[in-house]
Ligand binder design. Sequence first.
Ligand code: BG6
Length: 491
Amino acid sequence: MIFGATGDLAMRKLLPALYHLATRGALSPAMTIVGVGRRPMSDEAYRDKVQADIAAFAGGDVEPGTWAWLAPRVRFAHATLADSESYASLARRLDEVEGTQAGQVGRLFYLATPPSAMPDIVRHLGEHGLVRETGGAWRRVIVEKPFGYDSESAHALTLLLRAHLAERQIYRIDHYLGKETVQNLMAFRFANGIFEPIWNRRYVDHVQITVAETVGVEGRGGYYDGAGALRDMVQNHLFQLLALTAMEPPISFEADAVRDERVKVLHAVHLCDADEVRRRVVRGQYVEGALDGGAPAIPYRQEADVPVASTTETFVAMKLFVENWRWADVPFYLRSGKRLARRMSEIAVQFKCPPFRLFEDTAVASFEPNVLVIRIQPDEGIALRFQAKVPGAEVTLGGVEMDFAYADHFAAAPATGYESLLYDAMCGDPTLFHRADMVEAGWQVVEPILALLRSDPGALLHAYPAFSCGPEAADTLLTREGRAWRPLARG
Ligand code: BG6
């Protein structure tokens, strides 16, 4: 059952993802999709809309056989989300759908609705017994971010969810964890023997985690201005990338074993005091700028639904420390922003230079350090940069790369990133979902920054031209320590 069935998320991601799963034969023949929306609509009209959404967003033509399989399984139910009566009728609708099925029927509720609608939906689902697990039938609820607005509201959200659902029924979705390359990080680290021994403070100089976008706020100014890059990207997506990079090997691939290790990383992140926040965090906001001689993008403050004097950041860079035996003193630099020079998400692990300068009597002036780059998007892959001798009589070195590109080895199936997460939720595997303690630990880390912004909303904010590499202050964060961000600019 999808709440918000005619909304953007359902249209662009969820329905195309269900279609992709159907194409792969991954859905149960007994499945029914019930879309819930505010405006009354017949099943037929909703089916037509779903077909059009799939055609527009699934990438490629709608395969007639798959659609013929899926179409009769699509229904629509009308509900006013704040109205208790509506849930009684949703319950009747579900009973009617399930009445024709043999055995226990599981129910997965997807809350693809604005955050403000969530409390009502959760409460009513609980009060009308829609999520009661009786006789072994499972009931699960997928919740979209934002998971709160700060530590306090995140905790209040946890309490609200827990009042009606057991933690094992709650699937807090983070679409970054559905990305193949992100999942591959665990395979890369724990299915290979050669990386783990050097994955620590003895060999690693620092780690850079970048999620750069060229898009702006894309008509979501109202939501975004209340969030900013820190809440929209860092507290969730980037912290999950950090956790997967820094976590200890889990004792098994059982969901909680993996999630326990991820949450430990967040608990180990040093909580900055106000001075450290000022030294280690840079916020940015884009002003006018153009990409490759194209038409200039408007400044953030002129985007629809953004106040003209907004101090919301569209870029954040920060330095964090994971205080444990493996990572003590190794800086983790995180950056994320909109309207940057290039769309690029990657994790770069930079290793220390060799301890002894054997080449000192040669033309080799300095070494380039080894860097292992896990490219999340685009051009998914993994590259290792190392030094090689340039052919010739003189000893000179050049940086070269061993590069694995996903596209060269595996056929890519069209995907929105939601396929594996929806599939896992249906199968009851929460490994790739956030747990309440993880969400709250993430908020603890950003809380000192939020505290500073509460008293000084314009703190740490620097302007940067749209389609640039972000504010100069973000570069200084690294250059003053003799390091540099990996290039974002093209060419
Ligand atoms: C979402 C954010 O969670 O992730 C958006 O709310 C952002 O602001 C998006 O654009 C980025 O996702 P992706 O998959 O395009 O990198």
